[in-house]
Design a protein around this ligand. Structure first.
Ligand SMILES: *[C@@H]1O[C@H](CO)[C@@H](O)[C@H](O)[C@H]1NC(C)=O
Ligand SMILES: *[C@@H]1O[C@H](CO)[C@@H](O)[C@H](O)[C@H]1NC(C)=O
Ligand SMILES: *[C@@H]1O[C@H](CO)[C@@H](O)[C@H](O)[C@H]1NC(C)=O
Ligand SMILES: *[C@@H]1O[C@H](CO)[C@@H](O)[C@H](O)[C@H]1NC(C)=O
Ligand SMILES: *[C@@H]1O[C@H](CO)[C@@H](O)[C@H](O)[C@H]1NC(C)=O
Ligand SMILES: *[C@@H]1O[C@H](CO)[C@@H](O)[C@H](O)[C@H]1NC(C)=O
Ligand SMILES: [Zn+2]
Length: 933
């Protein structure tokens, strides 16, 4: 294990790596004193202006030339790249732009003769070489005539450098393609880009990369597809006093003073490392790597493992092979500032990225249409890795809340989509980016967890291991994994109702999931596609008619029974008949990706049991009952009153998962009713339910002076305070205000990190501009990103419209709010009942600006659109949304395209739901809070 931060003073570094083009990464770090701000140049620039002549004009007429297609032809295969990159960490004096220059030689083999070379290139300017072209072609095989380049140009739409030759490249022969190029080191979070931060009043610049999915081509010309794996020899030119890192081993440098080549290193801003913020990651990486070596039965495939926290980073983290990049909040932990939830995020993200070192990097899916398997797998095993790092947390249970329940909400819409896409449907960069969604990550994780459960972990890992060993350093498709799992099943003699392939196809090739209904009077078990809005129209055809092969683990009256498989629309299982006081509970621990409904009597039995003997039901299933009931009610399968009935026992519940599940569902009630007369009685009811929990924690923590021991208990303490304050429990609100005031008065923050988010939010909500300004100055001054994030979200809690509007303006000024945080800040503001309409107006008014400035990200647009529209529940809002779609049809919605349709669908459903439920809900809350005489 290594210590934190290395400073070497080399002038040049050579490094060898072996990986897919989309995975390479390069980092440099430097100090500059200039205040020069770069302009953002979003235009595609055909060629280098200085040393070059004009590029040939490219035709815009639709044609079917190879360079008009987004996929590379398969006739050239790269072997290795020798790449030199030189980022300039001070702006160019004449243009004011930050730039990088580079040169590259790629050796490729011709597998089928051709007179055309296509190689990806985006936003790079090329130097015209002595032959008058953008590249030089030579042969590796001696005595072979090398065709001359006839024409060379940049095809900007499909992002190619195109070379037409005067003769054929010969099959089986190898060639070298040399280029020299310049690119902008922009602050656009994609390709080779620039991140900045202040340290001791000095601006520092980092040059870093985000290549996935299609931006390696923005750093250097390359065959930028996941199956075009190659060896990369990388040379980085950088200033003394700066550090350069790459994926592979450092081969040599002009001054080498790094005597301790430790395999595990954590990099970050110098003060962050000095404050020990990298220590937690350093402590946990080794054990997690060891765990995965065992799990995969495959040793870590690289000589070193670096992880770096970057001040500007769009996603959570990126699994570059041997050099993982993170957002600061995803890697840096500080005892004084980080909450247990920050800590869990760090442990799980590290585990997720380390899991990809094998699954994703060592073995790579052939094309992006299988992205769900890559991300779903890592999103599943991240819990296993985190469990290894923190065995006391029970973190594996949390996948139910964090992934299964979360994605149910999206996958229950008629506008959802299957996990698997057809290769030919995923071509353009925007189509690829759109795949990075909750379905790929969370549904992928959920169905793989179900698979691992019904195969048993032993059989699952057996198949996984042979899969990894067969395809190491190569590419696969998702059915290759099924094939290996089937081999394991056959070797083990596991009994299944069908092949792995056939069972899993029902989960992978059709969207959605079933609601399984068990009639305990008759023993009839049936399934139906679960739609949140039963009136929505499913137009997408399904190869299985929306039927699944469903593994059902269940219990009867507290005793676990043998698993049951449901095939077809319905079947009878006499064992599931319940007599007298017997009751049936299915989908134990929610390992299955489906919801469960029962006949009225069994529901009555279960809700009665919740009130009298809730401990007879496993904790995870208590969370499930609440979540299933609320969602079945939204889908009009059961009554809303029955769903509300599942919350009546909560005054006795102390466990985190059921509470969290209830709060997630009641959140919908808040969204629908916090602008209506239901609000008051709802607040009264919830305050009544949460008060015992609040008092329980008050006692447990000796009047808030201690932290509960358990990880989940710490989480539930936060729930107790959040809900108590939210529902206006005076003691809670006073607590929050007092703590916050103490901080303001003494400039000494005594609030425990776990409680900060909720305390900040409630204190700011209850006060005015002074408190807001104080929090803002603390935000700007925060030395750890997790603290800054807590403040940033709390600043959105104010009830003052002018502060909220000003805050919205800040989101488009990168000096105030970093670009990476812009969309989430807008969403925070929209979560506030006062901020909702302000945020919507803001997004509508600025859409085209936001779209062009923030277009690089993979997640942000869908989050933004879903975030600002989720409270929509009136006809008027629906019209506005449709108008928004129409008005911006030309600008487009990029990766948010699907989210616009989902929002329209959701709003339509909300309108109907309110019309049908408002009165019942109001009556129910009133009844439950009637004073007892
Ligand atoms: C690239 O660099 C490697 C290692 O230095 C060398 O063996 C190889 O011949 C070089 N290839 C080209 C095309 O220059
Ligand atoms: C690339 O060329 C275009 C057009 O000449 C120019 O506007 C742009 O600044 C150049 N970019 C870099 C990084 O040199
Ligand atoms: C890292 O491990 C060391 C040694 O076990 C321990 O003293 C330290 O508290 C740990 N740091 C963190 C942040 O967990
Ligand atoms: C099959 O797997 C189970 C565990 O999942 C194990 O107990 C059993 O021994 C295995 N059987 C064979 C024949 O490998
Ligand atoms: C809800 O609970 C009340 C009181 O326990 C009961 O009378 C009522 O039947 C329940 N409603 C439903 C739909 O289960
Ligand atoms: C800003 O942070 C520094 C270092 O953490 C601290 O010394 C200073 O008091 C802080 N300033 C304010 C206004 O809180
Ligand atoms: Zn991932």
């Amino acid at each position: 294990m290594g210590k934190g931060f290395y400073i070497s003073k080399p002038v040049g570094i050579v490094s060898i790596i072996l990986c897919a083009g989309a995975l390479a990464t390069i980092i440099a770090l430097s100090v500059v004193y200039s205040e020069e701000k770069a302009k953002n140049n979003n235009q595609v620039s055909p060629t280098d202006g200085g040393t070059t002549s004009k590029p040939p004009v490219t035709t815009l007429a639709p044609s079917n030339e190879p360079w008009d297609k987004y996929r590379l032809p398969k006739n050239l295969v790269p072997d290795h790249y020798n790449l030199t990159l030189w980022p300039r960490l001070t702006p160019d004096l004449t243009t004011g732009l930050y730039i990088f220059t580079g040169k590259s030689t790629v050796e490729f083999e011709t597998t089928e003769e051709t007179d055309l070379i296509l190689i990806h290139s985006s936003k790079l300017n090329y130097t015209i070489l002595e032959n008058g072209h953008l590249a030089r072609l030579t042969s590796v095989n001696s005595g072979v005539r090398v065709p001359l380049i006839k024409v060379s140009w940049l095809q900007s739409v499909t992002q190619y450098l195109v070379l037409q030759l005067d003769g054929k490249l010969m099959t089986g022969h190898r060639y070298h393609l040399y280029t020299k190029f310049t690119g902008e080191l922009a602050d656009d979070l994609g390709g080779f880009y620039r991140s900045e931060y202040m340290e001791d009043g000095v601006k520092k610049v980092v040059a870093t990369t985000q290549m996935q999915p299609t931006d390696a081509r923005k750093a250097f010309p390359c065959f930028d597809e996941p199956a075009m794996k190659a060896i990369f020899y990388i040379t980085l030119i950088h200033d003394r006093g700066t550090v350069a890192l790459s994926n592979g081993e450092e081969k040599g440098s002009m001054v080498s003073d790094n005597p301790n080549p430790n395999p595990i290193r954590i990099f970050a801003r110098k003060p962050a490392i000095a404050a020990g913020q990298g220590e937690y990651a350093l402590n946990k990486t080794g054990p997690i790597l060891k765990f995965f070596e065992k799990y995969y039965n495959s040793s870590y495939p690289l000589p070193k493992s670096d992880q770096i926290a970057l001040p500007d980073f769009n996603a959570g983290a990126m699994e570059n092979w041997g050099l993982i990049t993170y957002r600061e909040t995803a890697l840096l932990y500080d005892k004084e500032f980080s909450s247990n939830s920050n800590k869990q995020r760090i442990a799980t993200i590290i585990a997720h990225e380390l899991a990809h070192m094998w699954f994703g990097n060592l073995v790579t899916l052939r094309w992006w249409n299988d992205l769900w398997l890559n991300e779903g797998f890592a999103s599943y095993v991240e819990y296993l890795g985190a469990h290894e790092a923190e065995p006391d947390w029970n973190v594996k249970d949390l996948i139910v809340l964090g992934d299964v329940h979360r994605v149910f909400a999206v996958d229950a819409l008629a506008s959802s989509h299957p996990l698997s896409s057809k290769e030919e449907d995923i071509q353009k960069p925007a189509q690829i980016s759109e795949l990075f969604d909750a379905i790929s990550y969370s549904k992928g994780a959920s169905v793989l967890r179900m698979l691992s459960d019904f195969l048993t972990e032993e059989v699952f890992t057996m198949g996984l291991r042979t899969y990894l060993s067969e395809f190491a350093f190569g590419n696969a498709v998702y059915t290759d994994l099924w094939k290996h799992l089937q081999m394991a099943v056959d070797a083990n003699g596991t009994e299944l109702p069908d092949t792995v392939h056939n069972i899993m196809n029902t989960w992978v090739l059709q969207m959605g999931f079933p609601v399984v209904t068990i009639d305990t009077k008759t023993g009839v078990v049936s399934q139906k596609h679960f739609l949140l809005d039963p009136d929505s129209e499913v137009t997408a055809p399904s190869p299985f008619n929306y039927e699944w092969i469903v593994p059902i683990k269940w219990m009867k009256t507290g005793a676990v029974q043998s698993p049951y498989w449901l095939r077809g629309k319905s079947a009878t299982n006499d064992a599931m008949k319940a007599l007298g006081t017997e009751w049936v509970l299915a989908n134990l621990n929610v390992v299955g990706y489906y919801r469960v409904n029962y006949d009225e009597e069994n529901w009555g039995g279960i809700t009665g049991l919740l009130i009298l003997f809730f401990k007879l039901i496993p904790v995870i299933n208590r969370a499930q009952l609440v979540d299933d009931a609320f969602n079945l009610a939204r889908a009009k399968i059961i009554s809303t009153v029955l769903a509300l009935n599942t919350t009546k026992y909560l005054d006795k519940e102390r466990e985190y998962m059921p509470w969290e599940s209830a709060l997630n569902n009641l959140d919908f009630f808040y969204l629908m009713f916090d602008r209506s007369e239901v609000y008051g009685p709802m607040q009264d009811y919830l305050r009544k339910q949460v008060t015992p929990l609040f008092n329980y924690y008050k006692t447990l923590t000796e009047n808030w002076s201690k932290v509960p021991d358990g990880h989940m208990d710490q989480y539930n303490q936060v729930n107790a305070i959040s809900l108590a304050c939210r529902t206006g429990l005076e003691e809670c609100q006073n607590l929050a205000k007092t703590w916050f005031k103490q901080w303001m008065d003494t400039n000494n923050n005594q609030i425990h990190p776990n409680l900060r988010s909720t305390v900040y939010c409630n204190a700011i909500a209850a006060s005015g501009a002074n408190e807001w300004e104080f929090a803002w100055s603390q935000f700007k001054n925060a030395t750890i990103a997790t603290e800054a994030d807590k403040l940033r979200s709390a600043l959105a809690c104010t009830k003052q419209p002018w502060l909220l509007n000003r805050y919205l303006e800040y989101t488009l000024d990168p000096k105030m709010i970093r670009k990476q945080d812009a969309t989430s800040t807008i969403v925070y503001i929209a979560n506030n009942v006062i901020g909702q309409s302000l945020a919507w107006d803001f997004v509508r008014a600025r859409w085209s600006y936001i779209f062009t400035q923030y277009g690089g990200g993979s997640f942000s647009f869908s989050n933004l659109i879903n975030g600002v529209t989720k409270r929509f529940s009136t006809e008027f809002e629906l019209q506005q949304l449709k108008q928004f779609k129409e008005d911006n049809a030309e600008v487009g919605f990029g990766s948010g395209t699907l989210a616009v349709d989902q929002s329209i669908e959701r709003t339509t459903a909300n309108i109907k739901w309110i019309a049908e439920n408002k009165q019942n809900v109001l009556n129910w809350f009133r009844d439950e809070t009637k004073p007892v005489f």
